[in-house]
Ligand binder design. Structure first.
Ligand SMILES: C[S@@+](CC[C@H](N)C(=O)[O-])C[C@H]1O[C@@H](n2cnc3c(N)ncnc32)[C@H](O)[C@@H]1O
Length: 267
């Protein structure tokens, strides 16, 4: 694991053992309610949109414990997974190093069941050598994270403390013709994002201003939306009796030629 950002010390709510086990199960565990694995579904959606674009470098921003990074490495030469959470990056790195992760899944109250998941059982053994995981901040990303053919930001923007910093700095990370895929259920919460930083989901000048409006506003100068938004379901299992079933809206953006950016977020 490499730590890249001294400012990334705030707990954004994804450091607990409980969150770690939930995300380990969400990414590497059993299917729930017949809903396909979400990170894998997004990687497949990315492959379909890449068409004849080069598949050299991909970035999985807010990668959590890394399933989408491993999936993207089926077709990309190299994949960087970046997340704020030290614990998530530690588990993702352990998957690279040992090919397995171990966690205790909550069944009910204090009752847990132990699980081991392996890259081999997921058909991902070849991916490990192509993937690197790094602790970092999407709102203040090191400049080494650049020159990507694809950036995936899955269920990330509504968890950022300043999503505009991410949106304004992302054009400089992506090669001309490359893709940015943003997936989000747009569940804005003030505990993650102060209201004045929300990208949408509020009234503006007497009309409904959606997150899609906000994304188009922020990204329009550098990207074009290449597909109508679509909703991809996901299920996060909390206990054997309780799951969150959500829909993430996916938008796919192609990086246009110029205008050049200095790689710094616009204030
Ligand atoms: C809702 S989870 C989604 C994780 C994963 N992409 C998925 O789809 O399962 C949000 C993730 O964003 C990460 N995160 C929150 N703020 C971040 C930031 N400023 N920079 C990078 N990652 C961040 C969290 O640690 C968490 O892993």
């Amino acid at each position: 694991m490499t730590s890249l950002n001294a400012s990334a010390s705030t707990d954004t709510g994804y450091e607990s053992d409980r969150q770690l086990a939930e995300y380990a199960e969400f990414h590497f565990g059993d299917m729930v309610y017949g809903v396909p694995n979400f990170p894998k579904a997004l990687a497949e959606l990315a492959f379909a949109h890449m068409q004849d674009r080069p598949r050299r470098r991909a970035l999985d921003l807010g990668c959590a414990v890394g399933r989408a990074s491993f999936e993207l490495a089926r077709q990309f030469d190299s994949v960087d997974g970046v997340d704020f959470s030290h614990n998530f990056i530690r588990m993702a790195t352990s998957m690279v190093d040992t090919g397995a992760v171990h966690y205790a899944r909550v069944e009910e109250g204090d009752l847990v069941s132990d699980h081991t998941r392996t890259l081999e059982s997921l058909g991902l053994s070849d991916s490990a050598r192509k993937v690197g995981f790094y602790q970092g901040d999407a709102c203040n990303l090191d400049t080494r994270f650049s020159d990507y053919d694809l950036v995936l930001a899955a269920n990330l923007i509504d968890r950022l403390y300043r999503p505009r910093l991410f949106l304004d700095s992302i054009p400089a990370r992506i090669r001309e013709g490359g893709l940015l895929i943003i997936a989000s259920p747009y569940t804005w919460m003030e505990e993650h994002t102060p209201k004045e930083e929300w990208i949408g989901g509020y009234w503006k000048d007497g009309r409904r201003y959606t997150t899609l409006d906000g994304l188009q506003n922020h990204l329009g100068g550098h990207f074009r939306l290449i597909d109508p938004p679509r909703k991809v379901p996901f299920v996060i299992r909390e206990t054997q009796h309780k799951c969150q079933h959500s829909l993430s809206e996916v938008t796919v953006w192609e990086r246009l030629p110029g205008p050049e950016t200095d790689g710094q977020p616009a204030e």
